[in-house]
Design a protein around this ligand. Sequence first.
Ligand SMILES: *[C@@H]1O[C@H](CO)[C@@H](O)[C@H](O)[C@H]1NC(C)=O
Ligand SMILES: *[C@@H]1O[C@H](CO)[C@@H](O)[C@H](O)[C@H]1NC(C)=O
Ligand SMILES: *[C@@H]1O[C@H](CO)[C@@H](O)[C@H](O)[C@H]1NC(C)=O
Ligand SMILES: *[C@@H]1O[C@H](CO)[C@@H](O)[C@H](O)[C@H]1NC(C)=O
Ligand SMILES: *[C@@H]1O[C@H](CO)[C@@H](O)[C@H](O)[C@H]1NC(C)=O
Ligand SMILES: *[C@@H]1O[C@H](CO)[C@@H](O)[C@H](O)[C@H]1NC(C)=O
Ligand SMILES: *[C@@H]1O[C@H](CO)[C@@H](O)[C@H](O)[C@H]1NC(C)=O
Ligand SMILES: *[C@@H]1O[C@H](CO)[C@@H](O)[C@H](O)[C@H]1NC(C)=O
Ligand SMILES: *[C@@H]1O[C@H](CO)[C@@H](O)[C@H](O)[C@H]1NC(C)=O
Ligand SMILES: *[C@@H]1O[C@H](CO)[C@@H](O)[C@H](O)[C@H]1NC(C)=O
Ligand SMILES: *[C@@H]1O[C@H](CO)[C@@H](O)[C@H](O)[C@H]1NC(C)=O
Ligand SMILES: *[C@@H]1O[C@H](CO)[C@@H](O)[C@H](O)[C@H]1NC(C)=O
Length: 799
Amino acid sequence: MRLRFMLPSTGIAGLLLLHPNPTTATQTDLSQYVNALMGSEGPEPGTGFGGGDIFVGGALPFGVAKVGIDSTAANWSTAVLNGGWTPDGNVTGISMMHESGTGGSPKYGLISQMPLTSVDTPVNVLDNLTYSQPRVGSDTAKVGYYKTNLQNGITVELSASRHAGIMEYSFPEGEKHVLIDVSHYLPGSPGDANGQIFAGGEIQIEANGKAYSGYGTYAGGWNNGAPFTVYFYGEFSTPPDKSQTFSGVNTDPMPRYQNLANGGISEPTFKNTSKKVTSGPMNNRIGLLLSWNDGPASHITSRVGISSISTDRARSYIQKEIPSWKLNDTVASAVKEWNTDVFNKIQVPLDDSANMTHVRLLYSSLYFIHLMPSDRTGENPLWDSEEPYWDDFYTMWDIFRCTVSFYHIFQPEYYESMIRGLIDIWKHAGFLPDGRSGNWNGLVQGGSDADNVLADAYVKGMRGAINWTEGYAAMKKDAEVTPYNTFDPTDMTASTKEGRGALDDWKELGLNDFAVSQVAAGEMPGDQEKYLNRSAGWQNIWNPDVRSLDFTGFMAPRFSNGSFNDSGYDPLVCYGCEWQDYTYEAIPWEYSFVIPHDVKTLIEFMGGEKTFESRLDLMFKPNMSVQNLGANGAAITTLINIGNEPDFATPYLYNYINKQAKSVNQSRSLANQYFKDTAYGIPGNSDAGAMNSWLLWQMLGIYPIVTQPVYLLSSPWFPDLNMTINGNKTLRISASGLENGYYVQSVKINGKQWGKNWFEHDDVMTNGGTIEFDLGADAKAWETGDVPPSPGHVQLNKE
Ligand SMILES: *[C@@H]1O[C@H](CO)[C@@H](O)[C@H](O)[C@H]1NC(C)=O
Ligand SMILES: *[C@@H]1O[C@H](CO)[C@@H](O)[C@H](O)[C@H]1NC(C)=O
Ligand SMILES: *[C@@H]1O[C@H](CO)[C@@H](O)[C@H](O)[C@H]1NC(C)=O
Ligand SMILES: *[C@@H]1O[C@H](CO)[C@@H](O)[C@H](O)[C@H]1NC(C)=O
Ligand SMILES: *[C@@H]1O[C@H](CO)[C@@H](O)[C@H](O)[C@H]1NC(C)=O
Ligand SMILES: *[C@@H]1O[C@H](CO)[C@@H](O)[C@H](O)[C@H]1NC(C)=O
Ligand SMILES: *[C@@H]1O[C@H](CO)[C@@H](O)[C@H](O)[C@H]1NC(C)=O
Ligand SMILES: *[C@@H]1O[C@H](CO)[C@@H](O)[C@H](O)[C@H]1NC(C)=O
Ligand SMILES: *[C@@H]1O[C@H](CO)[C@@H](O)[C@H](O)[C@H]1NC(C)=O
Ligand SMILES: *[C@@H]1O[C@H](CO)[C@@H](O)[C@H](O)[C@H]1NC(C)=O
Ligand SMILES: *[C@@H]1O[C@H](CO)[C@@H](O)[C@H](O)[C@H]1NC(C)=O
Ligand SMILES: *[C@@H]1O[C@H](CO)[C@@H](O)[C@H](O)[C@H]1NC(C)=O
């Protein structure tokens, strides 16, 4: 069955009074322009593979609770259960915690409820395939609200606060049940070494059956995480007539944990008299079945709070955050918070002249960059600290390129808090994370990308309560201390958990340390030159003799004795694209353009500006790609893959040869081709919003160069845009002549004619300012000034 989805209303703007102050003007409810299903499908309509893997459900900006359905896999080889929701899966539960936009093995899908109309045979509460429900008709997804109709006649509506959720079940006439399976989680595919497991827990009936409390402990998932515990408290609007705890043998395969994986799924034992059931040494499955007697159709509402600290804390979140039993009170609070915290900070014209597709792309992209990471301040179970605590950085490799630069200007308070949280993780857990989820650093993707995040914040002047002495020490540790080997089957040669597994080689042979040198410049000037020198290490793996598609000079593997392996090396392929392979998740053709700190040397190495330009042109030519990148490269035939983060800055590189019109053309073409206000609206995984942040910068007409206080100019999509930045300053970006074409004719910054195709952070991002574009149809060579800087320009003495 193919589901059709209702898109958010595009009708008359709803009016919402945002401030109690009666003198404040009413303001349009901008949340209505969010397409909360943008990225929910892949290229094959009605299926998720190759899509955004987004979370669909109720959540607040950077909230802990992300309440939504979990679903089954139609086909494990193309399964993408990562966000819980899939277009074609059957519902196995409604759970409290999710990731958004991730690849790899699913993580979370925890603390669930499943409403049922029968628990008679063949239903086995330990076997979700006996009770999972196909959906009927269209799901409705809006900011802070989600609704689905199950085949058994139950309608589920839900919303969320920061640490709690509310679910309203509209049951048809007959029996009514809610199954609470503490041992429920989003599964990996059979045999997946990184799948999650249930390691133990407890559930207890409270308040004569009207409520329940307990905890579950889970491990594994995408980042091979250690066990972590989620405490919960749940309650119902109507007391059930019967509450039964149950337990059963755990038959899920789980390496290194007690279980009975050989043999079919077991039958549960219902504990008719015990109010509490605990998962013992054998990691039994445990849960609770609540039943209401046969009766007329009715609504049963449940509120559930979660905490990493205690069931009391979980309960207090319900009281504080969801005081009302009316679902729509929580929906209204969520909408208000999203508008105030996020959407109202960007204003564009919404009159008849507005292109509403662009408006929806704008607000939807803002929505998706605020689902992760999770602000767990006050919820750190691991160490005592006054510092903020954040989780679900999934991953730095994805978000360092341009997502965090957006947070920097748009959410400076949250962002400062994130940076402090990152530094506190180094302080107490030993290393900055690259990926972190479930309180666990895990799965670096070839390096320590938190260094880039810290450097980007530092060079743009973020200080506040960040202790940069410690921030620098955290980065220096990445640069100097080899992490212990985790012996992860993904790559047995070194740690995949944190730091730089190959650091000993890096130190001896030299590799990229530009980010560290940038922070050293301010915090430890004596170290700066050392790391700047190391940042030129990429030149050591530049093989000037490799030839491909008539261009010479590529990144290439090199033996430690200094000689290159020239036998048959082909920079059009990545030889697997995984941890142990030549290049990770992109081909050498792509990586050979990723030297943001020293484009000047790169241009020289490629043979000068003319060759650089034609080689860059070739990146955008259709039908050139030979490497199969799986879901990461779905429907992409060019060498450039804008669905993969390493290429994010590549379309803008023409600015470095003062051919900005070409940057505009290439980046705009990619945006038009791959980013749409539809279910298949982004090219592959959203990657915690990284993909959406690329589009946001594109729509603003600027692009940040990471770890430098520098932005390249491209071409804006809106005739006028006001953005609240740096707390309470305004950046205004206007474009005249938009109706004639998108090429830049001239630019003014803060009222002054601007000859360069780039500007610095302090020009408009600190105190606000204006960028006025004059656009037109003529691909004009308008820039006269210096090309963007190459602050990492170092000439290596090659031996
Ligand atoms: C969903 O359930 C229906 C009916 O039980 C079944 O035919 C279908 O294969 C299931 N689909 C998935 C994706 O599990
Ligand atoms: C599952 O997907 C794989 C990969 O697309 C395909 O080869 C296989 O035929 C599918 N299996 C079923 C049962 O549809
Ligand atoms: C559902 O059942 C399948 C088959 O036993 C199992 O692989 C999966 O882990 C179960 N849980 C969920 C939430 O899908
Ligand atoms: C609970 O009651 C059911 C019948 O209602 C019975 O079959 C079952 O054996 C009882 N379980 C226990 C542990 O006494
Ligand atoms: C609750 O809000 C949703 C989303 O705005 C709306 O579709 C639904 O009709 C509302 N329900 C009630 C009972 O007002
Ligand atoms: C942006 O702000 C200016 C100055 O306050 C105002 O004139 C203009 O209408 C605003 N534009 C939008 C789209 O809100
Ligand atoms: C709005 O923008 C989209 C995408 O850029 C474009 O396809 C469409 O033609 C535009 N609509 C109008 C009315 O200009
Ligand atoms: C910053 O951290 C260092 C090292 O832990 C400490 O000595 C220093 O007092 C801290 N600075 C501030 C302002 O807290
Ligand atoms: C950096 O490299 C330059 C040129 O090779 C060399 O002269 C200098 O000593 C190096 N500096 C450090 C700190 O290693
Ligand atoms: C360098 O090492 C490689 C691999 O061990 C070997 O094939 C090659 O001949 C060596 N080259 C030199 C110049 O020793
Ligand atoms: C040299 O590269 C080729 C092609 O990439 C590879 O098959 C071969 O194993 C490499 N040789 C060595 C000694 O690593
Ligand atoms: C603007 O924000 C800064 C930093 O958050 C704050 O210090 C200042 O008081 C604010 N000014 C106004 C007028 O709100």
